[in-house]
Design a protein around this ligand. Structure first.
Ligand SMILES: Cc1cc2nc3c(=O)[nH]c(=O)nc-3n(C[C@H](O)[C@H](O)[C@H](O)COP(=O)(O)OP(=O)(O)OC[C@H]3O[C@@H](n4cnc5c(N)ncnc54)[C@H](O)[C@@H]3O)c2cc1C
Length: 409
């Protein structure tokens, strides 16, 4: 997404762009593929966006795919505690003044409006503090609000997650009211929304797109101030002085190509399970998704006859067999959707072992800046120093920042 966003911005501004991608397809960690076991297109992982993700919507508008994200008209987050079957919804009101915290039926059960003011503590959180050092884990909202939020947004357990990184998310979405905190997903799939229309636009702008091109080495000028050439397995590409390079690679790959760049080296996995079901009851909204408390998964999504669950910060589960993960998570699905407990036969487990960097206070110090000491080299990627978590929003912002740095030069 970082590379695509940068390429789209530069080609829209009239620059001739060449995109080199190691894989045979675009999208990186945000893509769809045809799964032979389920015989349908699935995403590598469920991706939840919020209506307040400004860069996401700007990008989608540019590539003509704004309409492909769907979600409920209001900000509504349904939850179930699978231990006792209790269900509730968190429903922020649409405007900026958060009167919903005074309505018991819009809040987490047994929480009080005063509990929600604890969000303000995030504003003052030192970058060195974890979420549990800022918000008490014994607080009434912790297990049913802050913990699931931290784990899903930061892909890091609450006792390790950098509290300060939650504030910008909160300020840009929930803090702006329901208009900015409506949950959204890609209607058909991630590639249909984010990737294919971007490639179409780039092709229209005569950008060259070279799949299967893995960057192996970077050669710098004698004074080390300029990128001279990019070395791929099958070719060496010279970079004239009036051209620039954006490396929009995962953190560790950037670090291996540029030993002088510091990068967050610890990553956390995300595991998704996609179940193919014959649901008798069609979902009651375009996005039917439920937060799960007290189970193995955190979120469950229903899209047509595919029910998918997400386990974030899945370090405990990632080495389990697919069968074990399917059985564990099916009980969450069965409880949440009130289905038969027999596990369906058709299921696909997708393990993304390095889904995002572990968003801890230590890692924040290692996020790289867009500009480097090399004048024609910019860095992008969700792990760079965007000031927000490693998400699609962050990846797109990083790509825009790299493109802007070239455009403003
Ligand atoms: C399972 C899962 C669930 C997620 N859920 C959410 C969510 O709900 N909401 C959200 O906003 N975000 C979510 N994210 C995070 C989001 O997907 C990422 O932040 C974003 O896609 C990162 O984009 P990127 O461009 O920074 O990196 P990448 O997608 O990793 O892109 C890097 C690209 O570089 C290519 N590459 C690697 N090495 C080379 C090389 N040597 N030469 C050339 N090319 C190379 C890769 O193939 C890849 O295409 C999730 C991620 C995962 C994995």
């Amino acid at each position: 997404m970082a590379g695509l966003a940068a390429a789209v911005k530069l080609s829209e501004a009239g620059h001739l762009v060449t995109l080199y991608e190691a894989a045979s397809h675009a999208g990186g960690r945000c893509r769809s593929f045809h799964d032979t076991a389920l015989d349908c297109v699935i995403d590598n992982g469920n991706h939840l966006l919020l209506s307040g993700n400004t860069a996401v919507f700007k990008f989608l508008k540019t590539i003509g795919a704004e309409h492909t994200l769907v979600g409920p008209k209001e900000a509504i987050f349904k939850f179930i505690d699978v231990r006792d079957g209790k269900r509730w919804s968190v429903r922020p009101n649409m405007g900026r003044i958060p009167w919903w915290i005074f309505c018991a039926d819009r809040r987490v059960p047994r929480s009080s409006w005063v509990d929600y003011l604890s969000a303000l503590k995030l504003f003052y959180a030192s970058p060195n503090k974890t979420l549990t050092e800022i918000l008490s884990p014994s607080g009434r909202l912790f297990e049913r609000y802050w913990e699931p939020l931290a784990v899903s947004v930061l892909n890091t357990p609450a006792n390790q997650a950098a509290a300060s990184l939650l504030w910008p998310v909160f300020a840009e979405t929930f803090g702006r009211g329901g208009y900015a905190s409506r949950p959204m997903i890609a209607r058909k799939g991630l590639s249909d929304s984010f990737v294919d229309p971007a490639i179409t636009l780039l092709t229209k702008h005569k950008a060259k797109i070279k799949f299967g091109s893995r960057l192996k080495r970077i050669e710098k000028s004698a004074g080390m101030k300029h990128i001279k050439s990019l070395v791929f397995a099958d070719q060496k590409v010279s970079i004239p002085k009036n051209e620039a390079v954006i490396l929009a690679l995962p953190a560790s790959i950037t670090g291996s190509l540029m030993t002088e760049v510091k990068f967050p080296a610890v990553h956390n996995p995300i595991v998704n399970v996609h179940f193919k079901l014959n649901l008798h009851q069609p979902p009651d909204s375009p996005v039917n998704f439920i937060g799960i408390i007290g189970g193995t998964a955190e979120w469950l999504f229903v899209r047509g006859d595919i029910v998918s669950i997400t386990i974030s910060a899945a370090n405990k589960h990632v080495s389990k067999s697919a069968e074990e993960i399917i059985n564990l998570t099916w009980s969450d699905v069965a409880s949440a959707l009130g289905l038969d407990v027999n596990t369906p036969k058709q299921a696909r487990v997708v393990k993304e072992k390095r889904a995002t960097f572990a968003q801890t206070p230590e890692s924040l110090k290692l996020r790289a800046k867009t500009n480097t000491d090399i004048s024609n080299l910019k860095l992008a990627g969700d792990w760079t120093d965007t000031g927000i978590p490693a998400t699609i929003e962050g990846a797109i912002r990083s790509g825009y920042a790299a493109a802007d740095s070239i455009l403003n030069n």
